[in-house]
Design a protein around this ligand. Structure first.
Ligand SMILES: [Zn+2]
Length: 191
């Protein structure tokens, strides 16, 4: 049995038994927040439980490392759409300890790509096209610093509503304990 057939088999029962009914909600977040966090498997259920978020409570965006790297990339676009179109009034950027993106060795990663059949010359082509692979694939050294930088990037984005509180937190992937790195309310009060 493949993973796909297992998923589809389960899904048939899920739908026919109307198990979806308990999750019924709307596209607008009841708690009026949008959360950006990491794709880490340990956080899939743990983080919403640790933050007391149920289906319908929040918009949740996931990416490797919960990092906002590009001001006009998909993450920033999602945040802006959540704020302007989907009634999210606060942003929560939640990084975590022991993140895979805190230890990305770009040299090793490109080596693995070559081992799996990517032509070495591709990297030269990318380099001469202005793609800095090192910078693009590199994650971060310190999660606290990374969260601060992402909070700054979102807060100072030219299209972000200045009234929106941008919070930065770090979660422990075993215990779900949250530590506040940036309290967005405090920052807004100072302005
Ligand atoms: Zn992570």
């Amino acid at each position: 049995m493949t993973i796909l057939s297992e998923i589809l088999g389960f899904n048939e029962t899920f739908v026919s038994e109307k198990q979806y009914e308990q999750y019924a909600t709307t596209k607008f977040p009841d708690k009026k927040i949008v959360v950006l966090t990491c794709m880490d498997t340990r956080l899939t259920e743990l983080l919403p439980k640790a933050m007391n978020l149920k289906n319908g409570d929040a918009k949740i965006i996931k990416s490797a490392g919960a990092v906002v790297t590009h001001p006009f990339g998909g993450i920033m676009r999602s945040l802006l759409v959540a704020v302007y179109e989907l009634r999210a009034d606060e942003v929560y950027i939640v990084g975590h300890h022991d993140c895979g993106m805190s230890a990305v060795d770009t040299g090793n990663l490109t080596k693995k790509m070559v081992e799996r059949g990517i032509d070495k010359d591709i990297f030269k082509t990318l380099k001469y096209s202005g793609v800095d692979m090192e910078k693009w694939l590199h994650g971060f050294g310190d999660v606290t610093e990374s969260v601060k930088q992402s909070v700054d990037a979102v807060r100072n984005h030219p299209l972000m509503d200045k009234k929106v509180a941008i919070h930065g937190l770090v979660v422990h992937p075993d215990t779900g304990k949250l530590d506040t790195i940036v309290d967005g309310y405090e920052f807004n009060a100072k302005e």
